[in-house]
Design a protein. Structure first.
Length: 178
């Protein structure tokens, strides 16, 4: 079986890095609770300056935290299935080198030929896609799993939801795929 896995807010904690960077850039102490659903750069008027910084900073993606249990669960999945890391990197085209470095450092067991940088995930032809964006899942032809993230908690979607990597593991175990 082939499983595609999104990067930002699925295996890499983009929201945490976004908030940490925002607070550092603007000398603030905003918490995720204050931000609520969404990204800090969407909520505050400094949004444009922060996004310009992220877009122009190739190192932004190099030191994001790995989501809890992601490495262990993905390594377990990779023993039985083909794993592809699929990221819509075109939003931050400067991010590609940083994302490659991050993947090589944190997920060395995934072949770099299985890194997919795209703008439109409708091209992905795998059995599963684990993604935090309902928009990406809506154009995917296989089975989509919606990975919970701050920006998608505000409403119900028509996808199987997994809240963390332990739930991803349980999902595939229940299906007899692990």
């Amino acid at each position: 079986m082939r499983i595609a896995i999104d990067m930002d807010d699925v295996i890499a904690d983009f929201s945490e890095k976004d908030l940490r960077t925002f607070n550092k850039l603007f000398n603030k102490e905003v918490t995720q609770e204050e931000v609520g659903h969404g990204y800090v750069t969407q909520k505050y008027p400094e949004y444009e300056d922060a996004m310009v910084f992220i877009r122009n900073n190739a190192d932004f993606f190099r030191d994001m935290k790995v989501m809890p249990d992601a490495k262990r669960v993905i390594e377990r999945l990779a023993k039985k299935h083909e794993i592809f890391i699929v990221t819509a990197a075109m939003h931050f085209s400067n991010s590609i080198d940083g994302k490659i470095d991050w993947l090589k450092s944190n997920f060395p067991f995934i072949d770099k030929r299985h890194y997919v940088f795209c703008g439109d995930k409708s091209i992905i032809n795998t059995d599963y896609l684990i993604d935090d964006s309902p928009k990406n899942l809506s154009v995917f032809s296989g089975k989509g799993l919606l990975f919970s993230a701050y920006h998608n908690l505000d409403k119900d979607y028509d996808y199987s939801r997994v809240n963390n990597w332990l739930e991803v593991e349980a999902y595939f175990e229940e299906k007899g795929l692990l």
